[in-house]
Design a protein around this ligand. Structure first.
Ligand code: FAD
Length: 382
């Protein structure tokens, strides 16, 4: 693609950092503009979901970028779902027949730092504390807020890896309607923590994704390599008990957990404090009719197709986007062709995963302790 091998990525989160590696390794000139400060200097200011489930789709993309070993060093293997029913014995449901079919729990901040460091080692230029504010698509000039100043940077083409609230998407929509619609889930989430045991080890089975299914709500817990678990309580914002509207504070949460998640109470000593201190997160699915605008700009990851987290596939899908875009950029005769081919390939995929993610919420909170459902699932797997 000759003189056009020059890309400006908006957002140095998970997808932005991975795409920077993939393109810089292929000799592209890559600039990444990230709203936050450098997490290696200031610590990671994540804001949501402390850890993530990394599945084969995402791992395949990391292998493609030569980043899998560095990432897996920080990850904890999860063999299956460890289901904790209200009555009866808890137990492990394996994802596959053996340890060749597992998923991994990875800390968002550590993952982001590993990817940014590798991207920089391949020559990508990282510009932290640069928040995209406006784009002039005619003169190909992007305006960023850098501390108290505005800085303008010329660009050849922009990639929007700036997440669900993408500023680039909003700027593109001012020029060309993207057909954007967001469907909010009437359930939200709150994060809590299981600290290490007194001897420094894990308090519960480390190599599993724990689920406490309770019908219209549930808790899950994913292990962290520092021997903690991040617990996420999912329940409706409002409506029949329990909901975030009714379980308003730490005392209410303690009563809920005593009645519905009694085995977790000794595991979460700071339940009251965490519940009061941590915000309720909202969840939504984002649909767009168009992901790109000629040769000027293209969106990927959450900026193009944010989804609810119940299939644990948002990041995995974003990573697949990165591999697909890098390959189309290598192959296509011009940037606009690469963006169009990327959108044609990935949009149906993302829409299918968005649908599965919504369906999986019902399965996780309501079906994983249902014997009949599990028998059916076993038969499907056999
Ligand atoms: P983001 O990770 O949101 O990164 C966007 C980046 O852009 C950020 O660094 C941000 O600071 C930056 N940015 C934003 N605006 C600007 C601007 N104006 N200028 C410059 N930079 C900007 N996915 C999984 O695969 N597995 C899971 O287990 C999983 N669990 C989840 C649990 C929860 C509770 C939630 C909410 C999500 C979960 N996800 C999971 C989804 C996953 O978090 C996202 O799909 C993933 O983070 C998308 O990556 P991204 O790089 O597209 O966006």
């Amino acid at each position: 693609m000759g003189a056009e091998r020059d890309i400006t990525i908006i957002g140095g989160g998970l997808a932005g950092a991975l795409l920077a590696i993939l393109l810089a390794r292929r000799g592209w000139s890559v600039d990444v503009f990230e709203r936050r400060g450098d997490p290696r200097v200031n610590g990671y200011a994540g804001g949501r979901s402390i850890n993530l489930a990394l599945a084969e789709r995402g791992l395949h993309a990391l292998r493609n970028a030569g980043a899998d070993d560095a990432v897996l060093q920080q990850a904890v293997m999860m063999r299956g779902r460890y289901v904790h029913p209200l009555q009866g014995e808890p137990g492990l449901q394996r994802y596959g027949r053996d340890d060749s079919e597992v998923i991994w729990s990875i800390n968002r901040g550590e993952l982001n730092i590993v990817l940014l460091t590798i991207a920089e080692s391949h020559g990508a230029r990282l510009h932290f504390d640069h928040a995209l504010e406006r784009v002039d698509f005619i003169d190909r000039l992007a305006t960023f807020r850098h501390h108290e100043q505005q800085v303008k940077r010329p660009f050849q083409a922009l990639v929007g890896a700036d997440g669900a609230g993408s500023t680039l998407r909003a700027e593109m929509a001012k020029v060309q309607p993207l057909g954007e619609r967001t469907e909010w889930l009437d359930h939200g989430y709150k994060e809590l923590e299981i600290p290490p045991a007194a001897d420094g080890g894990f308090r519960i089975e480390p190599n599993a994704l724990h689920i406490w299914p309770r019908g219209h709500y549930m808790c899950i817990a994913l292990p962290n390599d520092e021997r903690t678990f991040t617990v996420t309580l999912f329940m409706p914002h409002a409506g029949s008990y329990p909901s975030f509207e009714q379980v308003q504070n730490g005392d209410d949460a303690k009563a809920l957990f005593q009645a519905q998640f009694p085995d977790t109470l000794p595991l979460i000593p700071a339940l009251r404090h965490d519940y009061d201190a941590n915000p309720v997160g909202s969840l939504a699915t984002l649909y767009l009719d168009h992901w790109h605008m000629g040769s000027h700009a293209v969106l990927l990851g959450d900026a193009a197709h944010a989804m609810v987290p119940f299939h644990g596939q948002g990041m995995n899908c974003a990573f697949e986007d990165c591999v697909a875009l890098a390959e189309h950029l290598e192959r296509a005769p011009a940037l606009g062709d690469a963006f169009a081919a990327f959108e044609a390939e990935r949009k149906p995929n993302a829409e299918a995963i968005q649908k599965m993610a919504l369906e999986n919420y019902i399965e996780m909170r309501d079906k994983v302790d249902d014997a009949e459902f599990l028998l059916q699932r076993e038969l499907e797997l056999a």
